[in-house]
Design a protein around this ligand. Structure first.
Ligand SMILES: C[S@@+](CC[C@H](N)C(=O)[O-])C[C@H]1O[C@@H](n2cnc3c(N)ncnc32)[C@H](O)[C@@H]1O
Ligand code: SF4
Ligand code: SF4
Length: 319
C-alpha cells in the first residue's frame, strides 16, 4: 500500500481540502505576515499519576474538572478540524481520560498524537497517528525524574502494545515514538537510550528542558556541555537518520538562545501552535504556559522546545 508520512493514499486524497487550506495559511504567514495556527496542543486531562521533577504542568495547575466529550467535540469542530494539520493531546496524563482522547481520534482521524508517560496500558485506537511516550534516559535517571518503577512499567506497556497488536499485516511498533526531554540529570544517557530503543520503536524526538525559574538546576545551560550533546545527536542522526525525528537545523537552533528575551517570545512563532488547557482556554505564551495571566511563565530566553524550533526552521517566525 502506498504511504505518505504514515498515511494511506485514500487518507491523503480525503485530506486534500485541509492541505490546500494549510498551503494558503502558510503563504499568508510567509508573504503577508498573517498569524494562523498550523498545529494544536490540547491538555485534555487535568490529572496526572506522576509528579516528575522537571514538569511545567504542575506549576500552574489548579484543582478543576475538565470539559466533557460533547464540549470538546464542539471545540474540535469550531477551532481545530480542517484548520490545523496535527493535534498533540497532552495534559496531565491523557490516558487517564481515554473518553476524550477517543473523541479527538474520531473527529480528526490520523491527525492526532497522544503524549503520554506510558505507565498505563496503551490501547490501539482507530484514528490515532502515534503515541509519543516520554522516556527520560536510562532506567536509573528516568526513575530519578519520574519516580521509582516508572521506567519498567512504561517499557512493559510499550512492548505489550507491540506484541499484542502486531500481526502479518500490522506493524504496531510504528505507532510508538519516544519523546526525550534533555536536562542536567539525563544528558549523559542519551546515546544509551538511543541505542536501547533503536529498532524497537519507530522514532525518538528530543527537546531541552525549558526553565520557569532563573538558574534552574535542571537546565542544561548553553555552552560546552550542551554543544557536546548536540554534536552527539547530530552524529546519532547520521547513524540513524530515520530514527531520530529532529531535523539537524532544529538541533543546531537549540544550541543557543533563539526564542525570546526573558519571558517574552520574540522570534518564536508561539501563535502557530494553538494551545488549549483542560477547559478549552487558550494558554499563553505557548503550550507550556497557562491561561491564567498571573501564572508562572516559561523563560523564553532559555527555550528548548523542539516543536516551536521546528516551525522556526521552516521559516515560520514571529520576527
Ligand atoms: C507535561 S507532559 C504531559 C504528557 C504526559 N504526562 C507525559 O509525561 O508525557 C508533556 C511533555 O512535556 C515534557 N516536559 C515537562 N516539563 C518540561 C519542561 N520544563 N521543559 C520541557 N519539556 C517538559 C515532558 O517530559 C513530556 O514529554
Ligand atoms: S507524567 Fe507528564 S504531566 Fe505528569 S508530572 Fe510527569 S511530565 Fe508532568
Ligand atoms: S516556545 Fe514558549 S517558552 Fe519557548 S520561546 Fe516560545 S513562547 Fe517562549
Amino acid at each position: 500500500m502506498v504511504e505518505i508520512f504514515g498515511r494511506g493514499l485514500r487518507e491523503v486524497i480525503n485530506d486534500t481540502p485541509l492541505y490546500l487550506s494549510l498551503v494558503k495559511r502558510y503563504c499568508g504567514i510567509r508573504l503577508f505576515k498573517k498569524r494562523y495556527p498550523l498545529l494544536a496542543s490540547v491538555d485534555v486531562s487535568n490529572i496526572c499519576n506522576l509528579h516528575c521533577l522537571h514538569c511545567y504542568w504542575w506549576l500552574n495547575r489548579k484543582e478543576e474538572t475538565s470539559l466533557c466529550v460533547e464540549e470538546w467535540r464542539r471545540i474540535i469542530r469550531s477551532m481545530l478540524k480542517g484548520k490545523v494539520i496535527h493535534v498533540g493531546i497532552v495534559g496531565g496524563e491523557p490516558l487517564l481520560h481515554m473518553d476524550l482522547v477517543k473523541v479527538f481520534c474520531e473527529e480528526m482521524p490520523r491527525h492526532v498524537s497522544v503524549v503520554t508517560n506510558g505507565t498505563l496500558p496503551l490501547q490501539r485506537l482507530e484514528g490515532l497517528y502515534f503515541y509519543f511516550v516520554s522516556i527520560d534516559g536510562n532506567r536509573d535517571v528516568h526513575d530519578q525524574i519520574r519516580g521509582k518503577g516508572s521506567y519498567d512499567r512504561t517499557k512493559k506497556n510499550i512492548f505489550d502494545y507491540i506484541e499484542h497488536y502486531s500481526d502479518n499485516r500490522y506493524k504496531a511498533w510504528k505507532d510508538i515514538w519516544l519523546s526525550l526531554t534533555i536536562n542536567s540529570l539525563n544528558y549523559m544517557s542519551i546515546e544509551d537510550c538511543v541505542d536501547e530503543w533503536h529498532g524497537r520503536v519507530n522514532k525518538i524526538a528530543v527537546q531541552f528542558h525549558t526553565p520557569f525559574i532563573k538558574r534552574d538546576p535542571l537546565l542544561l545551560p548553553f555552552g560546552k556541555k550542551r554543544d557536546d550533546v548536540i554534536l552527539k545527536l547530530l552524529k546519532l542522526k547520521k547513524k540513524y537518520p530515520k530514527f531520530i525525528a529532529n531535523q539537524s537545523k532544529q538541533l543546531e537552533l537549540l544550541r543557543k538562545s533563539w526564542g525570546g528575551k526573558g519571558t517574552t517570545p520574540i522570534s518564536c512563532p508561539s501563535w502557530a501552535i494553538l494551545s488549549l488547557d483542560h477547559m478549552g482556554r487558550v494558554k499563553r505564551p505557548c503550550c507550556i504556559g497557562s491561561a491564567d495571566t498571573d501564572g508562572i511563565k516559561p523563560i523564553c530566553e532559555e527555550c528548548g522546545l523542539s516543536s516551536y524550533a521546528m516551525l522556526y526552521c521552516y521559516g515560520i517566525r514571529n520576527a
